[in-house]
Every structure is written in C-alpha cells, then in structure tokens.
Ligand binder design. Structure first.
Ligand code: FRU
Length: 466
C-alpha cells in the first residue's frame, strides 16, 4: 500500500496529470472497447497559465477503472500554435474523429476578446486511438457570425439522423453568451445553421457547450460566465449547468430551466458521451478557471483532477448523476453504519451510503475540516480555513433529503444527494503530515439513518504516479 506522505493529496481513484496542470476533459469516447479520456494539459508547469500553450493529454484503457496515461496525442502546429483548446470526439466511419479549437494569438496591443485572436475549428482522425492523421481546418474566424467576438471555441459534434451537427460556445459583441450550430453531411464541410441562446443575456460567454438527447428530450449543457452570484445559486466564479431544450433541432428551439450540474466549489467544463453500453457518462474538471482559491499541490508540481465519470439518467426535465458502476468494484472492508458512529477513513479514501429518516436534520463531519449538513430544506457544505484554502461554504435548497453517497479521495469529496438529484464536488487539503497518515474520522450525527461504509482501492495508474 502506498502511503505517499511526501505528497499526501495525490488522489487514489481520480485522474490527475502525472505532473503539471490539468483542466477540461476533452474528446471523451469509447472506441472498439477502449475508453479515451483526453484533457487540457500543461506538462511542464502546475501554475495557471504557466508552461506555454495548452496541449491535450490522454488516458486510455479497457475500463474506466483501468486507464493508462498515453502522453500527448498530437503535436502543435501553425493551426493551434497558441493552444490546442477544448473539443470532443465523434465515433464515425470506423474511427475516432476529434474536433477542437486551435487558439492563435497575434502579437500586439490587443484585448484578445474583440481582436488579436483567431479560433480555428480543427478535425483530426485516429483509426486506432494511437496514431493521428493530418489536421484539417474546418472553420476559421471569418466563418463565424459577425455578431460574435473573437471568443468562439470548444466544438462538440454528434450525429443525428443522417446529418452531423456541431455546437460551439461564443461571446457575442453585445456581451451575450450563446451557442453556434453548424450542420454537415460528411463531418468535413460545415454550414452555419443557427444561433441558440436565451431571449435575454444569460452571462457574457458560454464555454464548453454539449448537446444531447435522452429519450426524446434534448439538453444543452454549457458554462456561462458573468452570472451574478446569489445566496443559493451561482456561487462559483463561473457556472456549469444545462437547459432543457424544446423544439426540433432543425427548427426554432427554446432553452428552459437552467439547472446547475454541481453545487460544490470545484466543478467546470463537463462533457458527456455515450459509451458502447449505451450509458451517457459525464466527466468534468474538478476545478475552475480564475478560481479565487489556492491549491497547495501546485507547490508539489501538479494541479487539478477530473471528477469521476458520472452516469446520467433522466427524471422528467432533470438529469440525475451517479458514479459509474465500475467504481463500486474498488470497495472493500464493508462496515454497517448508523447514527452516532464514527467511521475511520483509512489512507484517505472511502465510499459511504446513507439512507436518512424523513425530515430529520443530520450532520456529517470529516475530521475537523469538512462539515456537511441538512436542516429545514437547506444543504450546507463548510470547509475550515486550513482545509479550504479559500473555499468556505456552499448552500443549496433541497426540500427533503432521502439519501447520500459520499466519495472521499484524500483531497476531494464528491457528494451525491437523493440518488444524484443534487451533487457537490469539493477539493480540500487536510494536514495529513501531522495527523499520523491519511486517516480521518467520519462522524455521523444522523438520527434514524442507516448505511454502509467501505474503504477503496486505488486505481492502478495512480499507484505508479506517487
Ligand atoms: C474552459 C476553457 C475552454 C478552453 C480551454 C482552454 O475551461 O477556457 O473554453 O477551450 O479552457 O484551456
């Protein structure tokens, strides 16, 4: 067993960069049985904006719990010389087709919003997930509607009927976030189709859009920037959520009921894909751009992680998120739990399930740094100053709380309430050095609750990065 007190915050079952910086998940897919998770990556520097232009990093393997780091899939070129930015994967014509944004910044006195930047939409095909063909330039700045600023990026591509569709995130000149839809018969030649946005501005920029259907109901997921914070909504610097979309794709559509994906401190740039079992899985960056928090791992040479892949299911117009089933296979050491118990989280990781007594307030404390509670329709997640590094409190409304699944991974918690109706993701940094190893008590004050706790094995790939 790896104790790794040199770097006690290294995760056991989440994907991190081997070293350096990670942000958005990209190009998620399963092809010929193999899962591929690409991500925004700076191998040389763990600092935000350090280490030169972003490249893609790549994990792949036969199961979501057995992925290996594959390095950098393709080199930069003139088309993406200032960053291979975010994008997606399409499985078609017996290959993985990647679509992403090539970022170009001109030297000069520019604001890089209205001028000085080009965004190339690029396609690159891999027939085996190991070798990559030539980059093809599909769209460039002059192909985007003139009402847009130079912030247009993050293509997500899918097939519907016989046509291919692409959605891009955009910042309009009038400071309205929007999405641009393009259509193609062959995934190579693209025509502008329409702008899909809200009647009134909902933030100034929409990043990382994703469009998908579940049982005939369409959803548009995106990351709006510029929404004012409220006490129970939009508490992070930027948001990530989805609209329910009404109307057919080829016609006029309306965006209804924005719903935040995650109410915790650390969640952004989610992307979904459908795997070969037909599951729709979501992976997000457990971090935020320009976040007002610090991460002490930066000094240890790495920063950020991805969320677990979460399986989506629909209840009416709401999407429920639960950890992909594979992760239950990491469990061992089952312990029954009830009110008043203190469950010891060994070596920093645990998976806990609890069913609560109806309308009875409850409270769960992890060590002396994380406190989660429900009382009178409000969930509250609090971190102490030393654990939170700038993260303090998040609250969300939840009329009744029936159950919880809590995954703890050394410096991260993912909390799923009411079968995944509400989720909170948080990074935190306990002082493991003076605490005698990565051992934390989880104290339950939950009258009437019953449940189970498990310890968790690490992912094979994470044991070799310690
Ligand atoms: C979101 C984002 C994307 C962009 C990428 C660059 O975090 O800003 O819009 O493509 O990161 O790393």
């Amino acid at each position: 067993m790896v104790s790794s007190l040199k770097d006690p915050w290294r995760l056991k079952f989440h994907l991190m960069p081997p070293g350096g910086w990670l942000n958005d998940p990209n190009g998620l897919c399963q092809f010929q049985g193999i899962y591929h998770i690409f991500f925004q990556y700076h191998p040389e520097s763990a600092a935000a904006g350090g280490g030169g232009p972003k490249v893609w990093g790549h994990y792949a393997g036969p199961s979501l719990t057995d992925l290996q780091f594959q390095g950098i899939p393709f080199p930069q070129s003139e088309l993406d010389r200032d960053g291979s930015y975010s994008g997606s994967a399409l499985i078609a014509e017996g290959a993985i087709q990647l679509f992403y944004t090539g970022n170009i910044r001109h030297a000069g006195d520019y604001d890089y919003i209205h001028d000085g930047r080009e965004s190339n939409t690029i396609r690159i095909v891999s027939e085996d997930g190991k070798h990559y063909g030539e980059k093809q330039l599909l769209l460039t700045t002059s192909d985007y509607p003139h009402i847009c600023t130079r912030h247009v990026r993050d293509p997500k591509v899918w097939k519907q009927g016989t046509d291919y569709w692409m959605v891009l995130g955009a910042r309009q000149q009038n400071e309205q976030g929007s999405t641009l839809l393009y259509q193609s018969a062959d995934a190579r030649h693209w025509q502008f189709y329409k702008i899909l946005t809200t009647p009134e501005p909902f933030g100034y920029m929409w990043e990382c859009p994703d469009y998908f259907e579940d049982g005939g109901q369409a959803f548009l997921s995106l990351c709006p920037q510029g929404l004012p914070s409220e006490s129970l909504r939009f508490q992070n610097i930027y948001q990530a959520g989805y609209f329910r979309v009404t109307g057919a794709l080829e016609e006029e559509q309306r965006l209804e009921d924005f719903h935040e994906w995650d109410m915790g401190f650390d969640f952004y740039a989610p992307q979904t894909f459908q795997d070969e079992r037909g599951r729709r899985l979501l992976v997000a960056w457990a971090g935020l751009p320009d976040a007002p928090y610090s991460n002490p791992t930066e000094a240890l040479g790495w920063q950020h992680t991805l969320t677990l892949p979460r399986q989506l299911s629909r209840r009416g117009g709401i999407l429920l998120q639960t950890p992909a089933d594979e992760f239950s296979g990491l469990r061992f050491g089952e312990t029954p739990l009830r009110d008043g118990d203190t469950f010891i989280v060994e070596d920093g990781s645990a998976d806990v399930e609890l069913a609560f007594a109806e309308q009875s307030p409850w409270q769960i404390a992890l060590g002396d740094g994380l406190l989660l509670s429900w009382r009178e329709g409000i969930v509250q997640l609090e971190l102490s100053d030393s654990w939170g590094c700038g993260r303090t409190v998040r609250r969300l409304p939840l009329d009744s709380c029936r159950n919880l699944r809590l995954l703890i991974d050394t410096s991260m918690a993912e909390i799923f309430l009411n079968d995944g109706e509400s989720v909170l993701t948080a990074r935190f940094y306990p002082d493991y050095q003076s605490g005698g190893g990565r051992r934390l008590p989880l104290a339950l004050r939950c009258p009437g609750a019953v449940g189970t706790g498990w310890q968790l094995n690490p992912l094979p790939v994470n044991t070799c990065f310690h």
